[in-house]
Every structure is written in C-alpha cells, then in structure tokens.
Design a protein around this ligand. Structure first.
Ligand SMILES: Cc1cc2nc3c(=O)[nH]c(=O)nc-3n(C[C@H](O)[C@H](O)[C@H](O)COP(=O)(O)O)c2cc1C
Length: 408
C-alpha cells in the first residue's frame, strides 16, 4: 500500500519513526502526583505496539494546577521515576512526550492546595468550586513555570512537550471570552486574550530550543458553545502559534466545564461514572448518577469527527498539523493523511488496543481497533485508572454492562 503512515517524520528537532502519536488521554494512574508502575506498563505497551510517540497526559506545571491526586505534577522529585518510564519507551523504539498544562478553574482546593485560579473570578459548577482572577505577578510566575516544566521534562528523558492550550484549561480559560472577562491587558480583544498563551509559549520555546526538544500545542478549533471561541477566531490564534515557531499543532475542540463530550464525541455512561465516584464526593455521585445524562451534553460519534473543521486549518496554515478525533481504523487514518495532515493522534483506539499500530502495519485497509465508543474509559477515568470495558482487569457489574450495551 502506498501510504505515508509508516514513513518517518521530522517534528522540529525530533524524528518520529512513523506518523502515529498516542494522544494525551488522562490515565489516572498516578499516585501522590507522581508516576506508578501501572503508568509505565501502559505506555510501554503502547510503545511496543508500534506508535511513533506516546504522550503522558496532563502533567501540571506547578502545584496550583493539579485537579486529581492521580495526575502528575511535574517536579524534580519525580524525575527518576519518569526517567525510568521514558527509558523503557525509548527501548521500544518510540519517542516520549508529556502534556503540560495548568487546570485553572478545574482544580480544587483539596488537590491544588490553594484557592483555584483562572482568568476571572467565578464559580465552576463542574469542579465544583469558586475561583479567583490571577494577578499580573501570578501570570508571570505561571508562564515561567511552563518554561521550568520543559527543563524538568528534558531531565526526565522526554523528547517532546505538548502544551495544553485547549479544552477549557488555564490557557484556554484566558483565550475564551466565556471564561475571560478581564478588562486589563489580558482580556477583551483577541490580542489581549492571547497574551497569556504567548507568554507561556515564549518560555516553553526558549527552553525547548536550548534543550533541542520538540514543542507541540493542543489547540481548540472551537469551544463548542455560543459565547466561546469559534473557528475564525481560532484560526487567528493558530496563526499566532505558527508565528511563534511551535513544531506541531494538535487540532481539537470542546470545553470540559461546559461541553466535555465535544472533545471526544459519543455518549458518556453517566450511571457508570457515578458508580465509580467515591462517597467522599457523595453529592456529585448522586447528581451524576441520577441526572448526568441530562446535565452532560451528548454527541453522536462518527469517525474522523473533526476532519471538516480541521481542513479549514490545513488551508490556513503551513506548519505541521496533527489530526486527533475519532480515528479507529486504517481507512480513517489514510483519509486524514490524504488531506495533508502530517501526523495523527489516537486516544481510545490505543486504550482499547495498545498494539493497534502494529496491527495496521501487518494488516490491510480494513484493519480496525476494537474500540466501539461505549466510553467506559472516560466514565471510569474520573475516579479509577483508565481502562477499556473490553479488556478491563476488574469485573464490571452487570448493571453497568446494561448501561454500556445501550450505548451505540
Ligand atoms: C479517557 C480519556 C482521557 C482524556 N484525557 C485527556 C487529557 O488529559 N488531555 C487532553 O488533551 N485530552 C484528553 N482526552 C482527549 C483525547 O486526547 C482526544 O483528544 C479525544 O479522545 C479524541 O480522540 P479519540 O477519538 O482518538 O479518542 C482524553 C480522552 C479520553 C478518552
């Protein structure tokens, strides 16, 4: 088959062995904000499964940005344990990336150890928590923390960092007019709303250039609701990211505190989600179990669900673009690569089957992953380790299966 899928790609200073990346998808496998053997085993299995690069999800650049105890907080103390993981990934022939970000108003006092911060004051029903507006001194310090995180990631053996600038996390909270109601130089016009992102990326790129690391940004093509960022404005932001010299842009969408399933598409099994929540979150557990399906907007899933929007960015930009969203088959991947995207990311296909890339290499155009988008992995990830319902190491109760089987 004449395809670029299994050809190498030069992502800034980094050569990838093929065009596939395991996207940042929160594993929820950390402990005390550090890595575990389980996290290592999962990423090593993905690397062994043939992927070009695997991305550890969602590491916070400082303590105030953490929203789960099972999340990574990138700091010196965990460098040896991370190095053990990156060494093992490299031994399998894959590159290693880490997604870095700050959860902003998605944090909670209990995890972040301080009052949650954001672009503006407010209340985030999703967390749920009040949050306060960041001062200029805090903004400058946070941008510096992004730079420091790159240095830490390098010491831990990562080849690349992916800056999380989408999905309603801190950078996205500054970009989006829905969460940014500031009237100073960081709010109002798009130029002002982009300023925090520019400052963070400047720190990241400066540090990465010294260390010869690749820098990728995960960006929202749209927030997914009226009053959020829409495609034309998002293209302007992407142009700025290109101008700054970022090596690759991941095109995503959705806003976790408003439209979480706009990120992943499909129907989240809310009873399952409530079932796994602990009784320490009893109110959320009851509310999610009883009313979740009405509270969380559901979407139909279709393969390559972001492709039509992503093509608008392909037309507007010259930089390498990384497609993510609904890739579960070789055919879908070939379609995306055929549209001029340099790389593809997958989350759920590789949660279901870490060896999917090798299976595509050995198979033909009809090769598919076994993921059928029942989205158990998402429902579970909020309270337990991320696992697919089709190969879960724990028995899944019958009443959860009844809900999962209804999801088409
Ligand atoms: C269990 C799970 C956890 C996720 N966590 C993150 C995350 O930490 N950071 C992020 O940028 N995206 C996250 N995502 C979104 C994925 O990276 C990806 O953008 C989305 O799932 C669409 O890709 P897919 O159709 O291949 O799953 C998560 C997705 C899943 C399924």
């Amino acid at each position: 088959m004449d395809s670029k899928l299994f050809t190498p790609f030069q992502l800034g200073p980094l050569t990838l062995r093929n065009r596939t990346i395991r996207s940042a998808a929160f594993e929820s496998m950390g402990k005390d904000f550090g890595p575990t053997q389980k996290l290592k085993d999962y990423h090593v299995s993905v690397a062994r499964g043939g992927v070009g690069m695997t991305t550890l999800a969602y590491a916070s650049i400082n303590r105030s940005g953490v929203s789960f105890n099972s999340q990574l907080w990138l700091r010196d103390e965990i460098i040896p344990a991370l190095k053990d993981i990156t060494d093992a990934i490299h031994r399998e022939g894959a590159a290693a990336a880490i997604q870095i970000g700050h959860c902003g108003n998605m944090t909670h006092w209990s995890t972040a150890g301080s009052f949650p911060v954001s672009a503006s004051n407010g209340f985030n029903l999703y967390s749920p928590t009040f949050h306060r507006r960041m001062s200029h001194a805090e903004i400058a310090e946070t941008a510096k923390d992004f730079g420091r995180a790159v240095k830490t990631a390098h010491e831990a053996g990562f080849d690349s960092v992916e800056v999380h600038a989408g999905h309603g996390y801190l950078i996205s909270q500054f970009l989006s007019p829905w969460t940014n109601r500031r009237r100073d130089s960081y709010g109002g016009s798009l130029t002002n709303r982009m300023r925090f992102m520019q400052e963070c990326l400047t720190e990241v790129l400066e540090e990465a250039a010294k260390l010869k690391m690749a820098v990728v940004v995960k960006h929202n093509m749209e927030d997914g609701f009226k009053g959020g960022i829409e495609v034309p404005e998002s293209i302007e932001i992407a142009r700025e990211i290109e101008r700054l010299g970022v090596h690759g842009l991941v095109l995503s969408s959705g806003f976790v505190s408003r439209a979480p399933m706009a990120v992943m598409r499909g129907r989240i099994p809310t009873k399952t989600m409530g079932y796994y929540m602990g009784w320490n979150e009893w109110l959320q557990k009851i509310v999610v179990s009883l009313f979740g399906q009405w509270m969380i907007k559901q979407y139909d899933f279709e393969e390559c669900f972001f492709l039509e929007n992503a093509k608008k960015f392909r037309e507007a930009l010259k930089m390498p673009l990384i497609y993510v969203g609904g890739l579960v088959s070789r055919e879908g991947i070939e379609r995306v690569l055929g549209e001029g995207f340099e790389l593809v990311q997958m989350a759920r296909a590789l949660i279901n089957d870490p060896a999917f890339v090798n299976k595509m290499r050995e198979g033909d155009l009809t090769t598919r992953s076994g993921c059928d988008h029942r989205d158990y992995c998402i429902a579970r990830m909020y309270s337990r380790d991320m696992q697919c319902c089709h190969n879960c190491t724990e028995a899944i109760p019958d009443r959860l299966w009844r809900e999962l089987k209804k999801i088409k």
